[in-house]
Ligand binder design. Structure first.
Ligand code: PEP
Length: 253
């Protein structure tokens, strides 16, 4: 069975609750045309999650958070738990984004703990991996990804792996306007699927959605998602406006 295209918008630290409400209303209308041909999610900040869930109820757009802590509750100032996200109707959660690895000390070990917490609360993790420019130029991309994959998914069962989306995001392509060429991205996606095959077997690996992220927009979403192992995108900048996000999705179909 072919994997369904999955496009998720990562709004990062953008949009007040009022702005998020307006964008969700626009997206609800503009994305209705896609029906269930594509999986769509938006990931606003914590303060807009409840609004997004309310506005998008009954639509074809799911809501995700941008982080989750591994503890159920406690003295973890600034963090949020799986129970809190589940309670308000959040479905997805982005884990291990390169900005969290770079600015907030996220490691493969903490990514793993957050994945376990998400699974415990029936949240679907979108797990980000990717190499820096230096690592790509050193020729260590595959070694870096192999370590990130094995670290992130340590102890994750094959059944749980089917609830997880992997987002391959070359760090040098995020927010820079530099996109990996479709061929370059496909080569890396193929490596990621092979690594998942070694860990979980071909039957499972063939079902796992692997998104590309890094300056994906309406002008390149078609050729990127046409690649055999690219199953959609995690979108930053182009997800902040209804017209660019909708056009990006339309071009994948
Ligand atoms: C991201 O931050 O996940 C991302 C891919 O950003 P952009 O699309 O802006 O490069």
């Amino acid at each position: 069975m072919a994997r369904k295209i999955f496009i998720a918008g990562n709004w990062k630290m953008n949009k007040t609750a009022a702005e998020a409400k307006a964008l969700c209303e626009e997206l609800k209308a503009s994305c209705a045309q896609f029906g269930d041909k594509v999986e769509i999610a938006v990931c606003p900040t914590f303060t807009s999650l409840t609004t997004a869930v309310e506005v998008l109820k009954g639509s074809n757009i799911k809501v995700g958070a941008q982080n989750i802590h591994w503890a159920d509750n406690g003295a973890f100032t600034g963090e949020i738990s799986g129970a809190m996200l589940q309670e308000i109707g959040v479905e997805y959660v982005i884990i291990g984004h390169s900005e969290r690895r770079q600015y907030f000390g996220e490691t493969d070990e903490t990514v793993n703990k957050r994945i376990m917490a998400a699974l415990k609360y029936n949240l679907k993790p979108i797990v980000c991996i990717g190499e820096t420019l230096e690592e790509r130029e050193n020729g260590t991309t595959n070694a870096v990804l192999d370590k990130q994959i094995k670290g992130a998914f340590a102890g994750v069962s094959a059944d749980d792996m089917l609830k997880i989306t992997v987002a391959y995001e070359p760090v040098w392509a995020i927010g820079t306007g530099k996109t990996a060429t479709p061929e370059m991205a496909q080569e890396t996606h193929e490596f990621i699927r092979k690594t998942l095959t070694d860990l979980y077997g071909a039957e499972v690996a063939e079902k796992i959605t692997v998104q590309y992220g890094g300056s994906m927009k309406d002008s390149n979403s078609k050729e990127l998602t046409a690649q055999k192992d690219i199953d959609g995108g995690l979108i930053g900048g182009a997800a902040l406006k209804a017209d660019s996000f909708t056009a990006l999705i339309a071009n994948t179909l």
